[in-house]
Ligand binder design. Structure first.
Ligand SMILES: C[S@@+](CC[C@H](N)C(=O)[O-])C[C@H]1O[C@@H](n2cnc3c(N)ncnc32)[C@H](O)[C@@H]1O
Length: 224
């Protein structure tokens, strides 16, 4: 397995990690291999997610010094976009190497990058953020921890705040167990609501290059 086959490497690493009962352990191994030039990060776009860019433009998103949190921030492009719009942004990832690579990529960054675990997040992050951005992290975790991961994401949203979720949609006929990733069903997407968080919009978009792949973009809000 080499750079030419990043998804197979991800599958092999994740299989070993999950078998050990550690659904997130393989990410650090993958990022370390990528840093050493032995692998590529399959989800690294080198730019913010296009559905986030579009949402920010159409909603005229303006941080106005409010606080945002980017979940599973990877190499930082989404966090940088949000920080550039005026949010005081925290971005976290379980992989120390990913966080270091983000800091190296954006040396002038105003983002507070942190190593943290979505499945055991800092207590002070509960209901602390006006905007929470979750892009394809929950789908990167197996269904055995999906409810727990979803609940923690929901819990980050402050009163009056917004949660944006972007994810692949599980298609009709797709094998729900052949991950990573494990795309979200509509029911799994709607599960971000609850505990006072309400659905504002759920949209579905075909992938521009592979129209058989559908993607969710969903916005949730917590009443002030
Ligand atoms: C599929 S990648 C997506 C990265 C980024 N959101 C993007 O769209 O480019 C999933 C990310 O979640 C991180 N991750 C996995 N499990 C995590 C956990 N338990 N807590 C925090 N981050 C986690 C991984 O290290 C990885 O960077």
């Amino acid at each position: 397995m080499t750079e030419a086959d990043p998804e197979e490497l991800a599958r092999a690493l994740s299989g070993e990690s999950i078998a050990r009962g550690d659904p997130s352990g393989w990410f650090e191994r993958l990022y370390s291999a990528a840093e050493g030039g032995e692998a590529v990060v399959p989800w690294d776009r080198g730019a913010p997610h296009p559905l986030l860019v579009d949402w920010a433009e159409t909603t005229r998103l303006d941080g106005g010094d409010r606080r945002s949190l980017v979940v599973g921030a990877g190499l930082g492009s989404d966090a940088e976009l949000i920080a550039g719009l005026g949010f005081r942004t925290t971005a976290f990832d379980i992989s120390p190497t990913a966080i270091q690579m983000a800091l190296d990529r954006f040396p002038q960054s105003e983002v507070q990058y942190a190593v943290a675990d979505l499945l055991d997040p800092p207590e002070e992050w509960r209901r602390a953020f006006d905007l929470v951005v979750e892009i394809i992290t929950v789908q990167a975790l197996p269904r055995s921890v999906r409810a727990e991961a979803t609940a923690h994401v929901r819990d980050f949203v402050a009163p009056g705040g917004t949660l944006l979720v972007i994810s692949t949609a599980l298609g009709d006929g797709d094998d729900p167990n052949s991950g990573p990733p494990w795309p979200l069903t509509r029911t799994e997407l709607e599960a971000f609501a609850g505990d006072e968080l309400e659905v504002r919009h759920i949209d579905r978009f075909p992938h521009p290059d592979e129209p058989q792949i559908q993607r969710w973009r969903a916005e949730f809000t917590r009443p002030a």
